[in-house]
Design a binder for this molecule. Structure first.
Ligand SMILES: Nc1ncnc2c1ncn2[C@@H]1O[C@H](COP(=O)(O)OP(=O)(O)O)[C@@H](O)[C@H]1O
Ligand SMILES: [Mg+2]
Length: 385
């Protein structure tokens, strides 16, 4: 059995994005045993900074709705984040079981997530990567938020290369605009939508298509039929300031307007299996727009973005600006010697001529592109392999 520091590795429990998640065990005297989770980033060494960042944030947190961290271990220049082991499943797995759960159980899960969010926000952090796979549910019904690799301090202007699922991003993240506590509330709205409807709100064949939908998102086109509808509509406002002001306000609203199952009721429903209740169909599907028109509009947008980038260069060729890159499929991008990943949002860079090298490990393709980064502007590159 392989060992990392004091921990023996038992099995790999997940791998995806950049990380590998192992179940491990710490053995002590007199038969003492403690199961733990070890998270490691192997694929690209420079991404270890996300893990170290996550370790530092989590070490200052202590809350029943946030996963606890024990330590950061270094083994042969590889870092491992050691966390409490949550025996259970993540919300993505629960959703995949297609169990029809009652509305009050959904609000139990949402209110537990909100308690965790309220705490994280109080500490001044925005999670920025809230998704069903980052919500852990233990077999005894406790709900915990995990995966803080992309979390940022409010008002901290940082560049982060987002990896993983993009279906839960907010319009402001995709557009490279300021993110706020309400960014997490938008993601929570997308999580609730999926729980209630059994499908994702932003769907697409490729990440590129999904990101384009989020970027252009204006409002849910729907009829408001119930209080749940209007609650969801509030979370899924395009403008962050129109959403609930805080996780606390949102939680108080739920407590005042909806029935919330207790942990015991939640467990009972899960154990009894699928219920007779149907998924609530409260939000109509977004009407499908004419595909030709859609592609035409994307084409025109790309043309104007590129044209705009070139012409503005003549006016703004000093100072700094931002670069956002979306590719289909995802790829590594090397900008001035720094290796990052797409989608990349709001990467701060000296304005002027910038050369970007694209590398796709799956297609084994490499190419480069030169763009003009406008002073104070956010230059967007959309690219397909
Ligand atoms: N503490 C934990 N206990 C049990 N399972 C976990 C734990 N942490 C993560 N996992 C499982 O591993 C998956 C990936 O972990 P996560 O930290 O989200 O990594 P990534 O950055 O690759 O998304 C989670 O979706 C969950 O299924
Ligand atoms: Mg994750």
């Amino acid at each position: 059995m392989h060992a990392i520091g004091r921990y023996s590795i038992l099995e790999k429990i997940a791998s995806g994005g950049m990380s590998q998640i192992y179940k491990g065990i710490l053995k002590g005297p007199q038969g003492f045993k403690k199961e733990v989770v070890l998270k490691n980033i192997t694929e690209l060494h420079s991404f270890s900074k996300h893990l170290i960042h996550e370790a530092k944030i989590l070490s200052s947190f202590q809350h029943p709705n946030v996963v606890s961290v024990y330590e950061l271990v270094e083994e042969k220049k590889n870092f491992f984040l050691v966390m409490e082991y949550i025996q259970g499943q993540d919300l993505d797995e629960l959703n995949s079981s297609k169990m029809c759960l009652s509305e009050k159980v959904h609000f139990y899960l949402v209110s537990e997530i909100l308690k965790g969010l309220e705490y994280i926000h109080e500490k001044g952090f925005i999670h920025q990567d809230l998704s069903p796979s980052n919500i852990l549910i233990s077999y005894d019904g406790y709900v915990k938020i995990t995966d803080f690799g992309l979390a940022v301090k409010k008002n901290e202007r940082t560049t982060r290369s987002l990896y993983g699922k993009c279906s839960y991003l907010s319009p402001e993240q995709v557009r490279g605009e300021n993110i706020t506590f309400q960014t997490d509330l938008f993601s929570l709205g997308l999580i609730l939508y999926e729980m209630l409807r059994g499908k994702k709100f932003f769907e697409g064949k490729t990440d590129f298509e999904i990101l384009e939908k989020i970027r252009k998102f204006k409002t849910i086109e729907e009829k408001i039929n119930s209080q749940v509808d209007s609650f969801l509509k509030n979370l899924l406002q395009q403008s962050p300031c129109k959403r609930f002001q805080s996780a606390q306000e949102c939680l108080e609203f739920i407590q005042g307007h909806f029935q919330i199952a207790s942990r015991e009721e939640f467990l009972k429903e899960i154990q009894e299996g699928p219920q007779k209740t149907h998924k609530l169909s409260f939000v109509r599907d977004m009407p499908q727009k004419n595909a030709f028109l859609k592609h035409y509009v994307i084409g025109v947008c790309i043309f104007f973005i590129l044209l705009g980038g070139v012409s503005f260069h003549y006016f703004y060729n000093s100072g700094s600006g931002f670069l956002s890159i979306q590719t289909e499929p995802w790829s590594y991008v090397t900008i001035q010697g720094e290796k990052l990943m797409t989608p990349l949002y709001h990467y701060k860079i000296k304005s002027g001529r910038v050369s970007v090298i694209f590398e796709n490990p799956h297609l084994n393709q490499k190419k480069s592109k030169t763009v003009w980064v406008r002073r104070n502007g956010n230059t967007l590159i959309l690219d397909k392999f």
